[in-house]
Design a protein around this ligand. Structure first.
Ligand code: SAM
Length: 482
């Protein structure tokens, strides 16, 4: 554990290679240690408290033992526990969002991404503000309220001023009953000053995937450009938090390095944020490497099977019970369906990964970042979720009420979700159904809402939610949220 220090601000000390290797060794030695595995599952189980529910989570070492375990009954127990934790803190709500690609100009040389600067045949595009408007209206017309904006790294074509202007444009568009109420941002690592500007522009979560925590591989996979700098990239979340952004989203691109290494690194990063800033990551994403314009995933040695992918999701859910988990349309309907029962709390729907993709008719688009597996419409995804007894949520109230960072975690930890997020989800779902859904989806939705209202514990809250839902159905909006 030579230089391992979760409180350090130096990447190589809080993501310490020696500590990860020792963790993997410890996990391998204990992968059949039934007594230890049972005690970890017990430690991680949600417990009732006077205030609500609490969950201890697991350290990166403990969670790595679960990930290494190959005993079928224990894996089943992990999956059941992951679902129990998801239900305890997030209920059956699934937050909906869509990515919005602003520009694919990029100066980096990432070997797995078709936006790398040496790709001379991919069509380069950058949206004008008029085009941003058109894309946002198309997204609002589907019913989206929450976006994640995406851009390549290019200080000349996509400077921070351009990103800020786009955010302003997005928030300014009110088309019919549509509004984008939360803009999350996935752009390259930047300075504290720029993070402060993003915070002032009113962003939700700042998302940055580590791609890989393995320094040597990281440097080989990012041979040129500003992204080559491992420490600058890995320390980005600390700068974001210093700039005032208290919701940050982590992720690794599974397929680039050995998944057990990435898993330990990811959890160490979460532990570091908690140790230094008092709050862990708001979300963790689990992207897997996909085929893209000039990228063949088979050229990379570390692809993972669907079974391993599910195990990773369940083990993350168990280790960091309060962190939201995101799965994108990189995954198929079948994989997403299984992942929903293992702890996922946010999914994208009807995504286009090309610049200008929401206003173009034909697929595939010539500026696309990667192949999208789940190509269903938002209406189809929403209906599918409800048929599986999940509540698609378009709520952004926490963010608007300033319940971010540790204030959100507090809400989660005291189990107030059923009296707050649950009714909000039902009200925003009603808005969606009234404004955008097909008659078939409306039918499924209104029946589900009836059933779900009964789950709200406080009589007064339940009655207010019922009244509001009736008002929304009568097209009488009050935009009320708990
Ligand atoms: N440019 C930003 C940066 O440097 O972090 C991020 C924006 S990029 C549009 C979003 C993410 O897409 C990347 O962080 C990467 O993990 C992922 N990505 C890149 N190539 C991919 C591929 N071939 N398959 C799946 N995901 C990919």
């Amino acid at each position: 554990m030579a230089n391992y220090n979760p409180k350090s601000l130096k990447a190589e000390e809080f993501i310490n290679d020696g500590e990860i290797l020792e963790t993997l060794k410890y996990a391998e030695e204990n992968k059949n240690n039934v007594e230890l595995i049972d005690s970890l599952l017990e430690k991680a189980r949600p417990k009732k408290t006077e205030l609500g529910v609490t969950c201890a989570g697991l350290t990166h070492r403990e969670a790595s033992v679960l990930l290494a375990c190959e005993i079928p009954e224990k894996i089943e127990a992990m999956y059941a526990l992951a679902e129990e934790i998801k239900q305890a803190f997030y209920g059956n709500r699934i937050v909906m969002f869509a990515p919005l690609y602003l520009s694919n100009y990029c100066v980096n040389g990432c070997t797995y991404c078709p936006y790398h600067y040496q790709n001379k045949h991919i069509c380069r595009k950058k949206l004008t503000q008029e085009e941003v408007r058109a894309e946002v209206i198309a997204l609002q017309d589907m019913g989206h309220k929450r976006l994640a904006i995406e851009a390549g790294e290019d200080p000349v074509n996509n400077p921070i001023e351009y990103i800020l202007e786009c955010i302003d444009t997005i928030y300014s568009i009110h088309h019919k009953n549509g509004d984008i109420r939360r803009v999350n941002v996935n752009i390259a690592a930047t300075t504290v000053e720029n993070y402060r500007k993003l915070k002032d522009a009113g962003i939700g979560t700042y998302i940055l995937f580590q791609e890989t925590y393995h320094k040597e591989s990281y440097e080989a996979l990012h041979p040129t450009g500003p992204k080559h700098n491992y420490a600058y990239h890995t320390e980005a979340m600390d700068r974001a938090m210093e700039g005032g952004i208290d919701d940050v989203g982590l992720g690794v691109l599974f397929g680039l390095e050995l998944y057990k290494y990435e898993f330990a690194g990811l959890l160490m990063h979460a532990e570091h944020l908690e140790a230094v800033h008092g709050v862990g990551p708001h979300t963790i994403s689990v992207p897997r490497l996909k085929k893209a314009d000039d990228i063949d995933p088979d050229q990379f040695d570390n692809g993972i099977s669907d079974d391993i992918f599910e195990k990773i999701i369940a083990c993350i859910r168990i280790a960091v019970p309060y962190t939201g988990m995101i799965i994108s349309t990189r995954e198929s309907e079948a994989v997403r369906g299984r992942a929903l029962n293992l702890g996922i709390s946010q999914i994208s729907g009807a995504s286009r990964t090309s610049v200008g993709g929401y206003t173009e008719e034909e697929r595939p688009h010539d500026s696309e970042q990667f192949d999208v597996s789940d190509q269903r419409t938002l209406d189809e995804v929403v209906r599918w979720l409800m048929e599986l007894d999940h509540i698609p949520s378009f709520c952004t109230a926490c963010y608007r009420e300033g319940r971010t960072g540790d204030r959100f975690m507090q809400l989660c930890k005291t189990g107030q979700i059923l009296n707050c997020c649950h009714p909000n989800a039902l009200m925003t779902l009603t808005e969606y159904l009234v404004d955008y859904a097909s008659p078939e989806t409306q039918k499924v939705g209104f029946e589900l809402i009836e059933k779900e209202l009964a789950k709200i514990p406080k009589d007064k809250v339940r009655q207010i939610a019922k009244d509001n839902i009736e008002q929304i159905k009568a097209s009488n909006r009050r935009d009320f949220r708990f």
